[in-house]
Design a protein around this ligand. Structure first.
Ligand code: DLL
Length: 441
C-alpha cells in the first residue's frame, strides 16, 4: 500500500499551541466579549433592518435595554417566516454594495431563504471553519477533499474558504459523481474529507463496489455535518473507513458550516464558537428559556455579523447545551436529535429518524441503508422502515434481524412499525443531505 506522508498520530498531535486566542478565554472574559458584541449587534440590527426596528418597538424593547447577557430574553425571536416575509434582501443590514456574497437555502417548502455576507463576514466565516477543522485535527499542509456541494448551499464554498484559511490544500470536488470521488481519493491521497455523513457512506460503498478496501485509503479524518447523525453512525463510519469522524454544525441563516464543531480530543458534541454566536435553548411550545442540560429548540444570536445579523433565530433544531470540555469556556451542544419539522408522529408517538438510525446500527446483521415511509391504513397512520438486507448474509438471518429491529423500535420508541427488507442497492443513495422520510399519506 502507499506510504501516506501524514500518519493518524500526527493528526492527533496536541493542538493547544494552535488555538485562537478566543478559544483560550476564561468564561468570564468570554461573557464580557459576548455582551459587548451583543450590544453592538442589537444596535446594528435595530438601526438598519426595518423588521427588527418594528419587532423591537412592538415588544417595547430598545437596544439600550441590553445591559447584561440575560437581557437577551427581552428581545423577540426571529423565525424562518420573518426571513420569508422579507425575501429576498429585506434582512440585509448593509447596502448591497457592501455585500460580497449571497447564499440561499433550498427550502423544501415555499421561497428559499437568502443570506448575505460582507467581505469581513466572509473572513470571519473562513476563520471559524478553519478553527473547526483544526479542532478535528486537520493542519496546514494536509490535503482536504471537499465533497460538500458548491453553489448557493453554504456547505461547499463555506468549507472551501475554511480549508484555505487554515493553510491546507483544498481539493474542490463538490458533491455527486461518486465513482469520480473514489478515483480522486485514490489518486490525490487526501488526508481528510468533508461531506455529509450519509454521503460518506455512499462513497465507502462505492469503494467496496470497485474492490477497494475503504480502510486502505489515505483518509484519516472526516468532518461531517449538514444533517443529523448519531454516535452509532460515527462508529460505523470510523470502523469501515479507519478514520476519525467529527461533527460540524451550522445553518445558512446563522452563517453556514462552522457555527460549532467537535474536537478530536473529546468527540463529545460540537463546541459552539460562542465568541461569534450566543446560543440559547428554549421550550419549543412556550418559548421559555431552558437551563443548560435540558432538551429543547436551539436559538442563536449572531455577535459579529455585519450583512445579516440574526437576533434570537429559532433554528428548529432540537438539542441541549452542555458544559465545555476541550475548550472549557465554550459550551457544547449535544448531537442534534433532529429538526422539529422532521419529527414523525405515528399514532400519538413522536419519533425522530435518528432514533431509528441508532437502533438499526445497533444490530450487526443490518445495513445502514434505510428509509422511513408514512402511509395511511384506513384512518390510522402507519410507519414502514424499508431497509436493505446485508449482501453477505443469508436472507433468513437478515429477516430475523429485521424482526429484532421492529421489536426494539416498539420497546425503545414505543411505535409499532413494519420493517420491510429490500435487496442490496434497492434504496436511493445519498449525494448530500439524505432524504430519509417519505410521507405518502
Ligand atoms: O447545512 C450548513 C452546513 C454545511 C453545516 C456543511 C455543516 C456542514 P443549511 O442547508 O441551512 O446549512 O441547513 C441547516 O441542517 O438547521 C440542521 O437541521 C442541519 N444540520 C446542519 N449541520 C448539522 C449537524 C447547512 N452537524 C440545517 N448535525 C440545520 C445535525 C445538522 N444537523
Amino acid at each position: 500500500m502507499t506510504d501516506h506522508s501524514t500518519s493518524r498520530a500526527a493528526v492527533r498531535a496536541p493542538a493547544l499551541a494552535a488555538l485562537d486566542a478566543e478559544e483560550r478565554l476564561t468564561r468570564a472574559e468570554l461573557e464580557e466579549l459576548q455582551l459587548q458584541r451583543l450590544q453592538q449587534t442589537v444596535r446594528h440590527a435595530y438601526a438598519n433592518v426595518p423588521l427588527y426596528t418594528r419587532k423591537f418597538d412592538e415588544a417595547g424593547v430598545h437596544p439600550e435595554d441590553i445591559r447584561v447577557l440575560a437581557d437577551i430574553e427581552r428581545l423577540p425571536f426571529t423565525t424562518k417566516a420573518d426571513l420569508r416575509e422579507t425575501y429576498p434582501f429585506g434582512m440585509f443590514a448593509v447596502p448591497m454594495s457592501d455585500v460580497a456574497r449571497i447564499h440561499a437555502s433550498s427550502g423544501t417548502t415555499g421561497r428559499p431563504t437568502v443570506v448575505g455576507y460582507t467581505r469581513g463576514d466572509l473572513d470571519r466565516w473562513g476563520a471559524l471553519v478553519a478553527r473547526s477543522l483544526r479542532a478535528a485535527g486537520i493542519r496546514a499542509g494536509m490535503k482536504v477533499h471537499n465533497a460538500y456541494g458548491y453553489g448557493l448551499f453554504t456547505g461547499g464554498l463555506g468549507a472551501h474558504a475554511g480549508i484555505e484559511a487554515l493553510g491546507a490544500t483544498v481539493i474542490p470536488v463538490s458533491g455527486g459523481q461518486t465513482a469520480r470521488q473514489v478515483q480522486l481519493i485514490r489518486d490525490f491521497e487526501p488526508d481528510a474529507i468533508l461531506c455529509t455523513p450519509s454521503y460518506l457512506l455512499t462513497i465507502a460503498d462505492a469503494m467496496v463496489a470497485q474492490g477497494i478496501d475503504p480502510r486502505s485509503t489515505s483518509l484519516k479524518v472526516a468532518v461531517l455535518g449538514a444533517e443529523p447523525w448519531t454516535n452509532e453512525m460515527r462508529r460505523e463510519l470510523e470502523q469501515r473507513m479507519g478514520i476519525d469522524a467529527l461533527d460540524i454544525y451550522g445553518l445558512s441563516e446563522v452563517m453556514g458550516p462552522g457555527v460549532g464543531s467537535e474536537c478530536l480530543e473529546g468527540k463529545d458534541g460540537p463546541h459552539i464558537w460562542e465568541d461569534h454566536f450566543l446560543p440559547e435553548v428554549i421550550d419549543a411550545e412556550s418559548g421559555a428559556a431552558l437551563p443548560d442540560g435540558e432538551l429543547g429548540e436551539l436559538v442563536f444570536t449572531s455577535l459579529t455579523k455585519e450583512a445579516f445579523p440574526v437576533i434570537r433565530y429559532r433554528t428548529r433544531d432540537l438539542t441541549r447545551l452542555l458544559p465545555g470540555t476541550a475548550r472549557p469556556a465554550m459550551r457544547r451542544m449535544e448531537k442534534v436529535t433532529g429538526r422539529n419539522d422532521d419529527m414523525i408522529i405515528v399514532r400519538g408517538v413522536n419519533l425522530f429518524p435518528t432514533q431509528i438510525e441508532e437502533l438499526v446500527l445497533g444490530i450487526e446483521q443490518l445495513t445502514p441503508h434505510f428509509i422511513l415511509e408514512l402511509t395511511k391504513e384506513g384512518r390510522m397512520d402507519a410507519l414502514t422502515v424499508r431497509i436493505e438486507r446485508h449482501p453477505d448474509l443469508p436472507v433468513d438471518t437478515c429477516r430475523a434481524a429485521a424482526e429484532v429491529l421492529a421489536q426494539r423500535i416498539k420497546v425503545f420508541v414505543g411505535s409499532t412499525v413494519a420493517v420491510r427488507l429490500e435487496e442490496p442497492g434497492a434504496l436511493p443513495r445519498s449525494e448530500g443531505k439524505y432524504k430519509r422520510v417519505y410521507d405518502l399519506r
